[in-house]
Design a binder for this molecule. Structure first.
Ligand SMILES: *Cc1c(COP(=O)(O)O)cnc(C)c1O
Length: 396
C-alpha cells in the first residue's frame, strides 16, 4: 500500500538540509538566538518577496494576527468582522485583542469571505475586517477596499495560507497590513512555530515590533503593555533556506493542482475555483463531495484507510465551536459555511507530490465515491462491505 501524506516535511527538509545545518552551526557559534542578524536578513528577504516595505518576524501566526489587530487600534469595545469559514486562530486573535468577533458567511464557490456580507455587517463599533485568504488565494480585496473607502475601518489580512499569492498583481499586506504563519505545514514552513506581520506602513511595523517586544524597543523602557512574540534565529535560518525555493515550490503546487483538475474532470466532485485575476498558491486543494457530511466522512475514512492523508478544512465553523458558542450564533446562521463544512475534502498537495501519487489519490477517491453513491445517512447505512483494496499504482 503506497501511502500519500497530506504534506511531506521530510522530503521538503531533504532539499534544504545542507543550508539548514550550516545555518544552525552559524547561529550556535554566534549565540544570538532571539532576533539578531539572521532574523533581520529574513525579514528583509520576506518583505522583498511579499512586495511590501516592512516585515516583522514574530512567534507564530496567531500572535501575528493579534499584534496586527492591536497595531491598527483594535481593542476592548471594538467589533472585528471575519469569516465563519476559517481556522479557529483568526477568531482567537480577535478575542485576545479584546474585541468582539462578528462572523459572516462565505462565498459558496470560493469559500472565501462573502464581501457583501462583510460590508453589511459594519456598525459604528467596527474597527477592522479580517479577510482570510483561505487555501492559497486572496479574497476579492478590490471589492473590500472599495466598500470600506472613507470608513476609517482597517483591513487586517489573514495571509497564513497564501505566501506568494497575488490578486491583480498585489500580494497581501500591500496598502495595509497582513499577518502570516510559518507553521511547519504552511507553504513557507519553519521547524516549529513562527510568523510575521507585513505592511507598507512604517508606523504600523514599529507598533507591531514594540508590542511584540514587551511594549518597548529599548531595553527596560516599556511604553505599553506588550507581550513576548519574537522570531528565533534558528527558525530564521530554516525560513531563509526555504524562502529561496518558495516560488519554485508554488509553481510545483500549481502544476499539481492542474493535474488534479484534469484527473478529476469526470469525477463526481466539485473542483476548487480560482477567481479571475488571482494567482493561487494551493496551500490546500479541496473538493466538495455532494451528498453531505455522512458521505463525505465515509469517503474521508476510506481514503485515510488506504493511507491517503486527506483532511477537512474546516469541519466545524467558528460559531459552532465550544470556544465561540458565547457569541450567540445559532446553527443555520451561516448556511454556505455550514454546508461547505459537511462537504469539503482536502487532497494531499505539496511541492514534492508526484504524478503517480496523484493518480493513486484520484483512483482511491473515485472508488470511494462509487462505493458511497446514493448512500443513506451513516446512522441507517447498510453494513459496509470490507473495502476492496485497490492495486495502487507505480512507485512515485
Ligand atoms: C495556520 C493559520 C493561522 C495561525 O497560525 P499559527 O502559526 O498556527 O498560530 C491563522 N489563520 C489561518 C487561516 C491559518 O491557516
Amino acid at each position: 500500500m503506497a501511502s500519500v501524506p497530506l504534506v511531506d516535511l521530510a522530503a521538503a527538509h531533504a532539499e534544504v538540509a545542507e543550508e539548514v545545518e550550516a545555518g544552525f552551526a552559524r547561529v550556535i557559534a554566534g549565540t544570538a538566538f532571539v532576533g539578531g542578524a539572521e532574523v533581520a536578513a529574513f525579514e528583509q528577504e520576506y518583505a522583498r518577496f511579499s512586495r511590501v516595505r516592512h516585515c516583522v518576524g514574530v512567534a507564530n501566526g496567531t500572535d501575528a494576527l493579534e499584534l496586527a489587530l492591536r497595531a491598527v487600534g483594535v481593542g476592548p469595545g471594538s467589533e472585528v468582522i471575519l469569516p465563519a469559514n476559517t481556522f479557529i486562530a483568526t477568531a482567537e486573535a480577535v478575542a485576545r485583542a479584546g474585541a468582539r468577533p462578528v462572523l459572516v458567511d462565505c462565498d459558496p464557490h470560493t469559500h472565501l469571505i462573502d464581501v457583501d456580507a462583510a460590508l453589511a455587517a459594519v456598525t459604528p463599533a467596527t474597527r477592522a475586517v479580517v479577510p482570510v485568504h483561505l487555501y492559497g488565494q486572496l479574497a476579492p480585496m478590490e471589492r473590500l477596499w472599495a466598500g470600506l473607502t472613507g470608513s476609517g475601518i482597517a483591513v487586517v489580512e489573514d495571509a497564513a495560507q497564501c505566501q506568494g499569492a497575488t490578486r491583480h498583481g498585489q500580494a497581501a499586506g500591500v496598502g495595509g497590513i497582513a499577518a502570516t504563519s510559518f507553521y511547519p505545514g504552511k507553504n513557507l514552513g519553519a521547524y516549529g512555530d513562527a510568523g510575521a506581520v507585513v505592511t507598507d506602513d512604517a508606523a504600523l511595523a514599529t507598533a507591531v515590533r514594540t508590542l511584540g517586544s514587551h511594549g518597548g524597543l529599548t531595553k527596560y523602557v516599556h511604553d505599553v503593555i506588550g507581550m513576548n512574540s519574537r522570531l528565533d534565529a534558528l527558525q530564521a535560518v530554516v525560513l531563509r533556506a526555504k524562502l529561496a525555493r518558495l516560488a519554485d515550490g508554488n509553481d510545483r503546487r500549481r502544476a499539481a493542482a492542474a493535474r488534479y483538475d484534469a484527473l478529476l474532470a469526470d469525477a463526481e466532485v466539485i473542483r476548487p475555483v480560482t477567481l479571475p485575476g488571482s494567482v493561487h498558491v494551493w496551500h490546500i486543494y479541496c473538493v466538495r463531495i455532494p451528498g453531505g457530511p455522512a458521505r463525505r466522512d465515509r469517503v474521508l475514512a476510506e481514503l485515510n484507510d488506504a493511507g491517503i492523508g486527506a483532511g477537512v478544512h474546516y469541519p466545524v465553523p467558528v460559531h459552532l465551536t465550544g470556544a465561540f458558542a458565547g457569541l450567540g450564533y445559532a446553527p443555520g446562521a451561516f448556511p454556505h459555511t455550514e454546508r461547505a463544512a459537511g462537504e469539503l475534502l482536502s487532497l494531499p498537495i505539496h511541492p514534492q507530490l508526484t504524478a503517480a501519487q496523484q493518480e493513486t489519490v484520484v483512483e482511491a477517491l473515485t472508488t470511494a465515491l462509487a462505493r458511497s453513491a446514493g448512500a443513506a445517512p451513516a446512522a441507517v447505512a447498510a453494513p459496509r462491505r470490507s473495502p476492496a483494496r485497490l492495486p495502487v499504482g507505480s512507485q512515485g
